[in-house]
Ligand binder design. Structure first.
Ligand code: ATP
Length: 318
């Protein structure tokens, strides 16, 4: 176990009857980190967030929050977590102040500290002017701020946000993303989302899950480089000098992997067809041509399409 981690998730699995929603997930969150938990719909994000926050029991594995096991010591573990679920439990018929006071009591904030906790969380979330307003009468963007304010009312070290911008218009999305950045400056955050650009805008590191499994983990810088570059691995019986490969159209960069193999990077269109043609002409003996991380590329396409669909519908609503 990673003893320096604020959140340590170890071999976590969760089944719904026979359906495996999350499968042997392991990862950690360090202090000060904003971690993106990215995956397409149905990948298992909400299930993971519910298990981490102690709202759903795991089938296997364990979750340690700041040293406390979420199953064995739920009260201590939950003290360190704030949670904005995918469907926030806000009471539309209450005012913002009434609701936050209720949440502070639920979260066992000491009686004498409640007023201060409310002021702090309202101030962090830009809600100072709307304390007396009914939640039902606020815009969706402000309702989401109230959802975030309840998540930080007890001043937790870790905040977990599940799809915080779904259903918001583009301006509200920008405001909530900026709020997440501010939160991330003071706390550790796990941001669960199916929107690639959301992770790029707000996170330091990303984990990508698909069908309940962790398939990619990287810093945001690496993710950005990965997205813009594609590569294939080519193997030859009579390998040519690197310069001859670099001279083939569409190939941006050539890296030697071993005596016979090369990684060929390109920006958009694949050079595979030209490569096969030149290889036959020059008798290089091409015997292998494999796209790198093909499934990851498919996944990015899926996530990018989803992302565009989200913006379109948000604009249509707005
Ligand atoms: P979304 O963004 O669409 O909510 P997600 O990545 O959060 O997707 P989950 O909601 O965790 O994914 O769902 C993971 C898998 O578990 C899916 O196949 C889903 O159908 C299934 N699942 C989720 N909740 C339940 C449930 N209560 N009972 C049965 N199956 C469920």
């Amino acid at each position: 176990m990673d003893s320096t981690a604020l959140v340590a998730v170890e071999n976590l699995s969760r089944y719904y009857q026979k359906n495996c929603a999350i499968d042997q997930l392991s990862f950690s969150l360090q202090a000060g980190e904003v971690l993106g938990f990215l995956g397409p719909n149905g990948a298992g994000k909400s299930t993971t967030m519910q298990v981490i926050t102690g709202n759903l029991a795991p089938s296997e594995g364990r979750v340690i929050i700041n040293g406390f096991d979420i199953i064995e010591s739920p009260r201590q573990a939950k003290q360190h977590i704030g949670y904005l679920p995918e469907h926030p439990p806000i009471y539309r018929e209450a005012t913002v102040d009434e609701y936050l006071k209720y949440c502070a009591k639920l979260r066992r904030v000491e009686h004498g500290s409640i007023a201060n906790a409310m002021e702090e969380s309202k101030s962090h979330c830009g809600l100072n002017e709307v304390g007396h307003r009914l939640i039902a009468n606020l815009s969706k963007g402000y309702q989401q701020r109230v959802g975030i304010a309840q998540a930080i009312i007890h001043n937790p070290a870790v905040v977990i946000l599940d799809e915080p911008t779904v259903g918001l218009d583009p301006i509200q999305i920008r405001e909530i993303r900026s709020l997440i950045k501010t939160l991330g400056a003071e706390r550790s955050v796990i941001l669960s989302t199916h929107i690639l650009s959301e992770v790029q805008a707000s996170c330091d590191r990303v984990l990508i899950i698909r069908e309940g499994k962790l398939i990619y983990s990287a810093s945001i810088e690496t993710l950005k480089n990965y997205r813009n570059k594609h590569s294939i691995t080519a193997a030859f019986n009579n390998p040519p000098p690197i310069e001859q490969l670099e001279a083939i159209g569409l190939i941006e960069q050539v890296e030697s992997i071993d005596n016979n193999r090369f990684r060929l990077s390109f920006n958009s269109d694949s050079p595979a067809e030209s490569l096969v043609q030149v290889s036959v002409e020059k008798k290089w003996g091409l015997f292998e041509l494999v796209p790198d991380h093909a499934s990851l590329e498919d996944l990015f396409i899926e996530l990018t399409q989803d992302e565009n669909a989200g913006v379109d519908s948000a604009e249509a609503e707005g």
